[in-house]
Design a binder for this molecule. Structure first.
Ligand SMILES: [Zn+2]
Length: 493
């Protein structure tokens, strides 16, 4: 099976081991191409089966190298501190790879990393690849192990320099292929390789989407389809690298590739910080209900228990999607299904000797509840336990499930700052509802500002509740909180 590579990157035939070949090895800060970065590139270049160049390049990963990786590779933070970042070595590397066959041990890893690094620069790397793990397996099917150490010892290869450094490992790959050719014959090895060469599918060209204007700032982006329908809403602390990553199919983002193929338009909104991006993302997801976000959601309709301890009424099972903001202080637990919510309350009733009638788990009516007949319920159903005492125990039982209550006295402004860009955002929030964001305090009172609205509070939104309560738990100390007045219409009575 022959597949074409993009003519722009050199030639339309799939290269073979006898053409231009780059044996390559990367060292990185870790195993995740989306997060980790390259620290060293080693290569051995062949043409017509002969070496024409070899070398290694340290790369500044612009993030710390975990100690365990430093120990493994011998590359530490100090060594890469003065090395150029990937952006600076990218043009030469791209030229080195263009139209060649990229050979690596577990090439999905190296290719995935290269593709991510290039994608961060807005470049789609297109190159034919060959995996020496698969080649070794194909040529030596009776052998069980094909990791690099096994290959080295099986073929008696010499390792110049420390293992797990990029150049030493790249040399080993070239030597392995040479050893196999000597042992099995050129024709056998070249033919076996030919069957294993693949050209990973092209990324959707981001041309025409105007992505060059994407900023390196936090924000939210929206992918639209050909009919203007919302496909996906995402957020990032770096809009540019995140959006470009969608258009670079690595090994783990096949879903991204399918998504990217459908994108006809991209909109984005800069925010001052992460909190602003989270709030806007939740709002846009709610507004547009994009297809991909709906597929990714972990259960749309969560169930929760509403119970007002002072009302003398049993807990009520409610959908978290349709809650009134006034209910927020009386909610217990978020459950993926109603059955799980019921099971949780029943478990508490069991453990605490509560009454099944008083908790609403059995229909009200005369006579003892089922639990009382088993001597578990202490008898609120038959007047043996005062209702107040029972409800006090119910409150204790439910306490652990209580959703975070609004931690401020009233309406507040959560002030997020970016000193580098000299920008400020004041997010106006009241009882987990986001009312709006302004950049300057004087805009709070503007006619269309977040404090001016005299209509009712927006509906309680479980996603905003989740993101705000989680965010405040971890980042409360990073922001300033200012107290703001409530509009008269929804001031507490
Ligand atoms: Zn009872």
């Amino acid at each position: 099976m022959k597949r074409k590579i993009h003519p722009a990157d050199g030639g339309d035939a799939v290269p073979s081991l006898d053409d231009a070949v780059v044996y390559l090895d990367l060292e990185t800060t870790g195993a995740a191409a989306g997060v980790d970065r390259i620290t060293e590139i080693g290569w051995v270049e062949h043409r017509g089966g002969r070496e024409i160049d070899r070398g290694a390049q340290l790369v500044n990963p612009q993030q710390p190298i975990p100690p365990i990786i430093q120990t493994l590779t011998g590359i530490d933070d100090a060594m890469v501190a003065t090395a150029p970042p990937f952006a600076e070595v990218a043009p030469a590397l791209r030229a080195r790879l263009a139209g060649k066959l990229l050979v690596a041990h577990n090439v999905r890893f190296d290719h995935g990393f290269l593709r991510q690094e290039f994608a961060r620069l807005g470049v789609d790397l297109q190159v034919a690849v060959l995996c020496t793990v698969r080649l070794s397996r194909r040529l030596y099917p009776h052998e069980r192990r094909h990791n690099l150490d096994s290959v080295i010892s099986r073929h008696g290869l010499r390792v110049d320099g420390p293992r797990h450094r990029a150049l030493a490992d790249a040399v080993v790959l070239a030597d392995f292929v040479a050893a196999a050719r000597a042992e099995l014959g050129d024709a056998v090895v070249v033919e076996a390789a030919r069957k294993l060469v693949t050209v990973p599918p092209a990324a959707r060209p981001a041309d025409g989407l105007g992505l060059d204007a994407l900023p390196d700032t936090p924000g939210v982006y929206l992918f639209l389809g050909a009919r203007g329908e919302a496909l996906y809403v995402g957020k990032s602390v770096n809009l540019r690298s995140r959006v470009f990553a969608h258009f670079a199919p690595g090994t783990k983002v096949a879903k991204d590739l399918r998504l990217a193929q459908q994108v006809a338009d991209v909109r984005w909104f800069e925010t001052v910080g992460e909190l602003g991006a989270l709030l806007l993302e939740a709002k846009l997801v709610r507004q547009h209900a994009p297809i991909m976000n709906r597929l990714l959601r972990d259960g749309d309709d969560l169930a929760t228990w509403f119970w007002d301890a002072t009302a003398g009424v049993a807990p009520q099972l409610q959908s978290a999607a349709q809650l009134d903001v006034a209910a927020v202080d009386h909610l217990y637990g978020l459950f993926p299904t109603r059955t799980q919510a019921l099971r949780a309350l029943r478990g508490l009733a069991d453990a605490h000797g509560l009454c099944l009638k008083r908790t609403g788990l059995e229909p009200a009516g005369r006579g003892p509840c089922f639990a009382h007949q088993l001597h578990r319920c202490r008898g609120a159903c038959v007047g043996a336990e005062p209702a107040v005492a029972h409800d006090l125990r119910l409150a204790q039982a439910l306490h652990g499930l209580r959703l975070a209550t609004w931690p401020f006295r009233g309406r507040v402004g959560l002030v997020e700052r970016d000193p580098l860009r000299d920008r400020t955002a004041i997010h106006v929030v009241d009882r987990w509802c986001w009312l709006g964001t302004v950049e300057r305090a004087e805009d709070l009172d503007a006619p269309d500002g977040p404090l001016a609205r005299d209509d009712a509070m927006p509906a309680f939104d479980v996603d905003t509740w989740k993101l705000l309560s989680r965010w405040l738990k971890h980042h409360r100390h990073e922001i300033e909180v200012i107290d703001l007045p409530r509009a008269p219409a929804d001031a507490p009575v």
